[in-house]
Design a protein around this ligand. Structure first.
Ligand code: 13P
Length: 313
C-alpha cells in the first residue's frame, strides 16, 4: 500500500526508523519490495534526479507500481530525493509521489527558506510531504559534489525558525555523516550533541539522516579481491551510531552506497569466477537475493521489522 511518510513517522518517532533506499534498477525495486513484504516492515523508495535521467521517470514509477502489485502487502512511500524545484514540481504534478525533497541546503538561510517554502506551498495543496535540508553534507552523490572543507553542520539555533518559516514536514540535518563510501574522512562520526540540541528545539519533529550506509569492511575486501580498487579508507556509519540516533528523533535513514557496493561485489565475483558466462540473469538473481538479505538485516537493525502492521490503515 502506498502511504505518506507522515503516517510512518508518527508511528516510529523515537522507537524505530524507516530505511529510505535509492533505486535505479529493476533488481533493486524487486529486492526492496520483496524484503519489505517479507519483513512486514514499512520502507521508503527514493528516486533521485540521476535515477530519473538514467531510466526515465515513467520507467521507474512503472517498475514501482508493478512491484506493488507483485508484493501487495508491502507498505511503502515513494519519495523524490535531492530534487530541485523542477524535479519537485514535476513529481507533485505527476501524483506518483507521496513525498518530495527540496534540497536548497547550499544556499543562504534566506534563499533556502524561500525555495523550500515555494515547494511546500505546492506540495501541501496535494497533501504531499516535504523534506527540506539545513546544513551541508560533505561527500559525493550522483552528480552532487561538495568540497569537504565547505561542509558545515546544521546550526541548532536555526532549525526552529527554518521549520516555522517554511512549513516543511521533516528536516534532513548535517551532523557528521556524508554521502558515498568515504565518510568521516575529516570528522568524528555522528555529532550527538548537535542532534540532541536539534531535538530539544524541535520536539517530536521527524529528522532525516542522509549518508546512512554502513560501508561494510568485508564487502570492500571482497570487491578488492575481485579486482576492485576501492580505497582502504572506505567507511560508513556504524550500526551502533545508527541505532543510537533513533532516540534523538531520527525517523528516516537514507541508504544508497551499500546497495551499490553489493551490486559491485556480486558482479565482480561473477565475472571473476565464471569468465565463460555472459548471462545478466545469473548475477541479477544473486543480486536480488543478496539485496533482500541486506534489507532484512537493515529492517531488523532499525527496529522496523513487523511494524507495517501498526500502521492502522
Ligand atoms: P549513502 O551514500 O550513505 O548511502 O547515503 C545515501 C543518501 O543519503 C541518499 O540521499
Amino acid at each position: 500500500m502506498h502511504l505518506s511518510p507522515e503516517i510512518f513517522f508518527k508511528n516510529c518517532y523515537g522507537r524505530y526508523a524507516i530505511p529510505a533506499v535509492n533505486v535505479f534498477t529493476m533488481e533493486q525495486v524487486l529486492g526492496l519490495f520483496s524484503s519489505g513484504e517479507k519483513a512486514k516492515a514499512p520502507f521508503i523508495v527514493q528516486i533521485t534526479p540521476a535515477a530519473r535521467n538514467y531510466a526515465g521517470p515513467e520507467m521507474l514509477i512503472a517498475m514501482i507500481n508493478a512491484a506493488a502489485k507483485i508484493f501487495p502487502k508491502a507498505m511503502y512511500a515513494v519519495h523524490m530525493d535531492h530534487g530541485i524545484e523542477a524535479h519537485a514540481f514535476d513529481a507533485i504534478r505527476s501524483n506518483d509521489y507521496k513525498s518530495v525533497m527540496i534540497d536548497a541546503s547550499h544556499d543562504s538561510f534566506k534563499d533556502n527558506v524561500k525555495r523550500t517554502k515555494a515547494v511546500v506551498v505546492e506540495a501541501h495543496k496535494k497533501n504531499i510531504f516535504v523534506e527540506a535540508e539545513l546544513g551541508v553534507l560533505s561527500g559525493v552523490e550522483d552528480d552532487l559534489s561538495i568540497d569537504e572543507k565547505h561542509a558545515r553542520y546544521t546550526q541548532p539555533s536555526e532549525v526552529q525558525e527554518f521549520v516555522e518559516l517554511t512549513g516543511c514536514d521533516s528536516l534532513a540535518v548535517a551532523v557528521g555523516t556524508s554521502h558515498g563510501a568515504y565518510k568521516f574522512s575529516g570528522g568524528d562520526g555522528i555529532q550527538f550533541a548537535i542532534l540532541e540540541e536539534i531535538q530539544r528545539r524541535l520536539p517530536e519533529f521527524p529528522i532525516v539522516l542522509h549518508g546512512g550506509s554502513a560501508v561494510n569492511k568485508e564487502e570492500i575486501e571482497r570487491i578488492n579481491k575481485a579486482r576492485g580498487q576501492l580505497m582502504e579508507g572506505a567507511s560508513g556509519v556504524s550500526p551502533e551510531e545508527i541505532v543510537k540516533s533513533i532516540a534523538y528523533g531520527v525517523c528516516k535513514i537514507n541508504i544508497a552506497t551499500d546497495t551499490r557496493l553489493l551490486w559491485t561485489r556480486v558482479h565482480r565475483e561473477f565475472f571473476r569466477d565464471t569468465p565463460e558466462l555472459f548471462d545478466p540473469v545469473i548475477p541479477g538473481k544473486t543480486y536480488m537475493r543478496e539485496y533482500e538479505k541486506f534489507m532484512l538485516e537493515k529492517f531488523e537493525l532499525l527496529g522496523a521489522t513487523n511494524k507495517a502492521i501498526d500502521m492502522n490503515v
